[in-house]
Structures are given as C-alpha cells and as structure tokens.
Design a protein. Structure first.
Length: 118
C-alpha cells in the first residue's frame, strides 16, 4: 500500500476539526455546499460518489479520495465500477490537456506576432 489511508483519514478529520475552531464559517460553508448536492435522489448516492472520485483525482485531492472512497463503497460501488469512473476521469484529463495544448499554440502565435510587430 502506498499510503495508510485509514490513518490519514483520522488525521485529516482532526486537522479539519482544528480548522473548524479557527475558521468555523469556512468549514460550515463547505459543509453546506457539499450537502446541497445530496438533497435529491436523481443520480443516487453511488453515482454521486463515483463522480466525486473522478473529480478527486482530477483535482489531486487526497482528502477527497479517502472520504469519497469510503462513501462509494458504503453506497455499494464495486472496485470495478470505481476503476471505470477513474478511467473516465483519466480520459477527460487527457482530452483537456489536448484541448488546452491548442491554447498554448495560440499564445505562442500571439506572442510571436507581437514580438515581430514591435
């Protein structure tokens, strides 16, 4: 195992508790935002957690990974379903990198034109 995720989860909870004491409005604001998406049952909890895991890897959030892995498993997600959701995220990241590569080329063209004009 690369990381002791269970220990990390405990430590994260303690640190967030500490942050709650220092900045309660920030943590309560996050909790309100997070809870807002669980008010409906259109997607269902398992799908919501699979999406959360896909987003967690795209944002590089270890805390999100540990929390939403536990929630996805509790919601009945299999390891195979989780792997498929992660595969979608990997594909989207590659697609985003491809699309944003064209922006770099556009910036190169603009900067090169400006350098030659000045």
């Amino acid at each position: 195992m690369m990381m002791d995720w269970n220990q990390y989860h405990k430590e994260l909870g303690a640190r967030i508790g500490e942050l709650m004491k220092l900045s309660p409005d920030t943590v309560r604001g996050y909790q309100t935002l997070s809870a807002a998406n669980s008010k409906t049952s259109i997607l269902g909890e398992k799908t919501r957690q699979l999406i959360s895991l896909a987003v967690a890897i795209t944002t590089h959030c270890d805390g999100c990974i540990v929390v939403h892995t536990e929630a996805a498993l509790k919601a009945g997600a299999s390891k195979e379903e989780i792997a498929e959701a992660l595969g979608v995220a990997v594909g989207m990241n590659a697609g985003a990198a491809l699309v944003y590569s064209t922006r770099v080329l556009d910036a190169v063209d603009a900067k090169s034109a400006a350098a030659h004009a000045g």
